[in-house]
Ligand binder design. Structure first.
Ligand code: ADP
Ligand code: ASP
Ligand code: MG
Length: 591
């Protein structure tokens, strides 16, 4: 019999009437001939209330006790949902994470799933029950209760769907699907009928709170079709599957992480392995770094900037202080009042000019860009928090995201499973369900690097730079921008080697016009791209890359991070050696 997993978020079980409505949806699916597993979140804002209570008692409550506390929210709701199903004349059983065998590691409040023993759930289903599973929780090897991180019920749902070989995983929530951006922020945002795993993964990490990013890692890894839809209507919703909605669209969505913080480590000795010490110290604390930028510094030293979620800032600064001391770096600075704005789309990998269009839209609104970081399918910029909403609106409009995409893909969502059997095979091969998976390590030896140095840090600068390049017909690949010391920006780009001369000419002209120093360049670089699932949420990946390259004496010139790919640029002379080193480093994670 087909199995359906249905997940209900907090607002969807916020009171008794909503609980009964959710119960009816599950009963309907069962009466249509499916076995049904419901995954349920804590009621309404219960998790927030519990966190608030804990903070009233202690500023930094022990993480283990936090998990004991937070897991109770889901325990309340699963029991009530089971009662609701009984009251409607059907059979149901509620199970906690531990009872249904969701084993995790011991990283309290951010635990990762290691395995799920589906046996008990199958038995309960075969006995005619609707199974009500507590979202967001598991147990570790010592039977301690753990939780998966805020929003983690989505991850429970997709992981269960994978472990049970479910036909589909339905995510019922308070919006009727995935929109081009958060419809609460931009009311004209459009619901998309379909979105690819990679795009959703990037959007979720870039701030689209509708799905927990790790749930999409599971969905992609185990080929689970995810259907996001409204709890309060039968509208068609959004399918998250392999293919994008419209292959012709450069951008499928935009997102904002309002509360980011930028950290700059100053005067790091510019030698292989120096950056590593900063990254590994932060990674040890299970904090995900983003937008990593390394600046050529003066006198053999470099400045390294990166961003983290603002909530992670205190722990990050403790790690950074330790690294500064160990390295003999000059010190560090931080800015807590920044937001990260990203646009995402599979189409931008093949369409030129997307970055330029984004920068132009921001320039027209006078929004200053503080950092830029790109990956194949995402462009992120750091802006002041004050300007963030306006920046999001400008970009959403510039890419016409409110309008139907150029060539619509499938007209609506379909419940067609995608290659579930492959997912099944992978499960058998993977000891740990949430382990890092590396799909490919590619070497591109066709590019050059050009760095625009010491440009004045004013709104519109990036737009002008990329306008100039576009006018010269140059397609830019990686873009990394950071503010260097005297409020001057450096922008590094990689371009095809055949475009090097023209890029340098455009860069030199711009430098003359602005009165800034001449551009620097490296004619022969190698770009190494490591593709996989969980590249950023597994916090040690960038550190491991730097480590293995440092061991070979290879310096990293540029880095770009995303959920699906980490890219580094090194001197071409080291390209092959770097690829071999990375293949060795990640041999255990290659599939
Ligand atoms: P649940 O409690 O059901 O898990 P969440 O609050 O976690 O619900 O997620 C739903 C919310 O996500 C929506 O109310 C919406 O404001 C927000 N959201 C952010 N980005 C998007 C987006 N791109 N599409 C749809 N909703 C989004
Ligand atoms: N109740 C948890 C939270 O609010 C998990 C979830 O709802 O997904 O974060
Ligand atoms: Mg949620």
């Amino acid at each position: 019999m087909p199995i359906i997993v249905q997940k209900f978020g907090g607002t969807s079980v916020a009171d008794s009437q909503k609980i009964l409505a959710a119960a009816r949806k599950a009963i309907r699916a069962q009466s249509q001939g499916n076995q049904v597993v419901m995954v349920v979140s804590a009621m309404g804002k219960n998790t927030d209330a519990l966190i608030d209570l804990a903070r009233q008692i202690s500023e930094e409550p022990p993480a283990r006790e936090m998990d004991m506390l937070l897991a109770t929210g889901e325990q309340v709701s699963v029991a009530l949902v089971a009662m609701a199903i009984h009251s409607l004349g059907h059979q149901a059983i509620s199970l906690t994470g531990g009872q249904m065998g969701i084993m995790t590691d011991s990283t309290h409040t951010k635990a990762r799933i290691r395995s799920i023993s589906a046996e008990r759930i199958h038995q309960a289903l075969d006995a005619g029950n609707i199974v009500i599973a507590a979202g967001f929780q598991g147990i570790d090897a010592s039977n301690n209760i753990t939780t998966l991180g805020r929003g983690g019920s989505d991850t429970t749902a997709v992981a269960l769907a994978a472990a049970l070989h479910a036909d589909t995983c339905e995510i019922y929530t308070d919006v009727d699907g995935v929109y081009t951006t958060d419809p609460r922020m931009i009311p004209e945002a459009r619901r998309v009928a379909q979105i690819s795993y990679d795009e959703m993964l990037e959007l979720a990490t870039a701030g689209a709170g509708v799905m927990h990013n790790r749930s999409i890692e599971f969905a992609k890894k185990f080929a689970v079709p995810v259907h996001v839809r409204s709890s309060f209507s039968d509208n068609p919703g959004t399918m998250i599957v392999v293919d994008p909605e419209s292959p012709g669209a450069a951008v499928c969505g935009a997102a904002l992480v309002k509360n980011e913080a930028q950290v700059t480590v100053l005067g790091v000795p510019d030698r292989p392995g120096a950056a590593l010490s900063v990254f590994s110290k932060v990674a040890e604390k299970h904090i995900a770094l983003d937008m990593i930028v390394q600046n050529e510094g003066a006198e053999g030293r470099a400045d390294i900037s990166f961003t983290v979620f603002r909530d992670d800032l205190p722990a990050t600064l403790r790690a950074v202080a330790a690294a500064v001391q160990e390295l003999g770096a000059e010190g560090y600075t931080c800015d807590e009042s920044v937001s990260k704005l990203s646009v995402v789309g599979l189409g931008m990998a093949t369409q030129p000019g997307v970055a330029g269009a984004m920068f132009r839209a921001l320039a027209q609104k006078g929004v200053n860009i503080q950092m830029i970081s790109t990956s194949q399918i995402k462009i992120s910029v750091l802006v002041s928090r004050e300007s963030a909403l306006e920046a999001l609106r400008a970009v959403h409009q510039a890419f016409q995201l409110q309008a139907a995409p150029p060539t619509a893909g499938r007209s609506g969502p379909s419940n067609q499973p995608v290659a579930c059997s492959d997912g099944g095979k992978l499960i058998a091969r993977l000891e740990r369900m949430e382990t890092l998976v590396i799909e490919a390590i590619e070497l591109d030896e066709s590019q050059s690097r050009v760095t625009f140095v010491g440009l004045p840090d004013t709104p519109g600068l990036a737009a002008q730079t990329f306008d100039d390049l576009a006018k010269a017909g140059i397609v830019v690949d990686m873009i990394v921008q950071s503010i260097s010391r005297q409020n001057r920006a450096n922008i590094s780009v990689t371009v095809a080697q055949r475009d090097l001369e023209r890029t340098l000419r455009a860069a030199t002209e711009l430098a003359k016009r602005l009165g800034s120093p001449s551009p620097t360049h490296c004619p022969e670089v190698a770009k190494l791209s490591v593709y996989g699932v969980g590249m950023r949420s597994h916090t040690g990946v960038a550190a491991r890359m730097f480590q293995s390259l440092a061991h070979q004496g290879i310096n990293v010139e540029l880095i770009g991070t995303s959920e699906v790919c980490v890219t580094v640029v090194v001197d071409r002379a080291h390209g092959q050696k770097a690829q071999t080193a990375l293949k060795q480093e990640f041999a255990d994670a290659m599939v």
